[in-house]
Structure formats: C-alpha cells, structure tokens
Design a protein around this ligand. Structure first.
Ligand code: SAM
Length: 292
C-alpha cells in the first residue's frame, strides 16, 4: 500500500476555523492558533474569505464559497465539542484523527490534562512541522502516529502512556466519514476497552442524506472542472450513519448516547445565520456518549 499523504481536509477545516475566528459566534468560538498553522498561500485564501468580497473568476468563487461554508460548520462544531470537553474536565484527552486541531494549544481548561493526539503518520508529521516549538497550554501532549486502517490503536495508546484505569474524554471530529464502517466499529471497540467508568466519547459524524452526498460530489466535480485543488481528492467519503445505528454501535462498547444534535441546530442556537450552500453541503451531527 502506498504511503499516505498528509491530509488536505485537515487544512481545509483549519482554514475554516481561521475564517471564523473573531467573526462567527463571537464570544463562544475562538481559535487564534488556526491561522498560525497555515502556510502563506493557505492564509491568503483565508484572507479573501474573511474580506467578505466575492473574488472574480469561477474557480476563485467556488473556493471562496467552500471556505465560507466550512467556516460556518466549523464554528458550530467547535463550540459544541469544546463545551462538552470543559463540562467533564478529565485528566486525559485523546483526539482521534487530530489533524490541525489546536485545543491543546488554545484551551486553558486543559492545563492539567494529558493530551494524546492520534493521526495517520504523514498528517501528524506535517502538524509537528507547522507547530514548530509552540508550547501547549495542556500539561503534556503526546503525538501518537496511528493509521486506523492498519495499525493497532490500543497498542499505540498503551505505549504512549495512556492510563485506561482513569477517565478519558475522546474527541472524534471530522474523521468518521473517511473511515469504513468496519474501521469505525473496530476503533469504537478499542475506545471502549480503554475507557474507565466516567469516560466520555464525543463524535462528529455525517448522516445518510442523499442531498448532502450529491452536494459533496457536485462541489468536488466543480473544483476539478475549474482546475482548482480538491481537498477531498485523496480522502474519499466512506461512511455515513443514522443516529440509531450509531447509538447501537456505541452501546455495544458500553457508551450511552446522552446528546445527539445536528450542527445546523447548534448554529441556530448560536444565532449564526447559515447560508443555503451550507445546508446543501451538509453539516453533520455531534453525539456525546458517556460511560457510567
Ligand atoms: C477533516 S480532518 C479533521 C481533523 C481534525 N479532527 C479537525 O476536526 O480539525 C480528517 C483527519 O482524519 C485523519 N484520518 C483520516 N483517515 C485516517 C486513518 N485511517 N487513520 C488515522 N487518521 C486518519 C486525517 O489525517 C485528518 O487529520
């Protein structure tokens, strides 16, 4: 199997957070680190989206729209997840498919937590280069390279020092769509085996909406037609879930779903006005599952 490249969708969602910072859900959403993790050309796209001035040219307009839609989704999704992470204040946080997630560098509530960042090796290596010597706000950060498709998450976690006898908060954000149902089930089982009583698993997943599947395909085709980079090109969409199927899967690993909410509803509660393109692309759901 060819070595995987660093994730481009991780860059896209980081750009979305950089666009949203200080502009969307102000007072509830903030990610000032996001812009610092981007390269100069990536920042330039963020600047255009933040300017609010639609660029000329079909390809540039498409990128602008994609980034604006992503920023709306990301502001809502980040607030929803941050709130339930703070709520527990666990000593361990495991971020599955961490990408350019900056929680360990921006959340002061993690000052006493040990954070384990799990990601496929190329994405993780690129993140470490982008971070440079930036110090985290978390007590410690351990980078644990794991490809869910071929590596043992359990073995890697144990080797990195994760303690399965004390509670863990797990974040699985923006990753499940890129895994097959079998990979999602296998990873959930490992999470269950390494979760002490009181642990919490926060998942972001895509639902089985035909409209959203059509929207995603259409955007990708249009990007290719316009000769633009398609950030989803090397990361095919592999799984969507209904709330019921996900609930059953989680209960088999000892987790009870206590919250399951659509991100459009979260955005509405944050008084964000979501534009039609975001509805079309789909925004996914957040489930919070706790273990007694
Ligand atoms: C859209 S990004 C989301 C990143 C981050 N969770 C966020 O929300 O900013 C998808 C992430 O999933 C990771 N990923 C996808 N497939 C994976 C696999 N088989 N094993 C490990 N990580 C994977 C990618 O490397 C990337 O970091």
């Amino acid at each position: 199997m060819a070595e995987r490249k660093a994730s481009r969708t991780a860059v896209l969602v980081c750009q979305g957070r950089a666009v949203a910072d200080g502009r969307l859900a102000v007072g509830r959403f903030s990610d000032p680190i996001a812009i610092e993790l981007l390269t100069a050309p990536e920042r330039e796209m963020v600047g255009t989206a933040r300017s609010g001035v639609m660029p000329s040219g079909f390809g540039a307009r498409l990128e602008y729209e994609l980034l604006k839609g992503t920023s709306e989704i990301l502001a809502a999704r980040t607030v929803a997840i941050d709130d339930v992470v703070r709520d527990r204040g666990h000593p361990q946080l495991v971020i599955l498919g961490a990408g350019l997630d900056a929680r360990a560098w921006r959340m002061k509530e993690l000052a006493e937590a040990t954070v384990y960042e799990i990601d496929q090796p190329a994405s993780q290596q690129e993140k470490r280069e982008r971070l440079g010597d930036r110090a985290p706000l978390a007590a410690a950060v351990h980078f644990v390279p794991v490809d869910f498709a071929k590596d043992s998450l359990g073995t890697a976690l144990e080797a990195a020092g994760h303690d399965a006898t004390i509670p863990t908060t797990w974040i699985w954000e923006g990753v499940i769509p890129y895994l097959t149902p079998a990979q999602v089930a296998a990873t959930t089982a490992v999470v269950g085996e390494h979760s002490a009583a009181g642990s919490r698993l926060i998942l972001n997943y895509a639902t089985t909406s035909r409209l959203n599947a059509f929207g995603r395909r259409a955007v990708q085709r249009l990007l290719t037609l316009a000769g633009r980079d398609n950030p989803m090109a090397n990361e095919p969409f592999r799984s969507a879930w209904s709330p019921e199927t996900l609930r059953e899967l989680l209960s088999r690993s000892g987790f009870d779903v206590t919250v399951d909410v659509g991100l459009l509803a979260v955005a509405h509660d944050l008084d964000m006005s979501i534009i039609e393109r975001t509805r079309f692309l789909g925004s996914g759901r957040i489930a919070v599952a706790d273990r007694d």
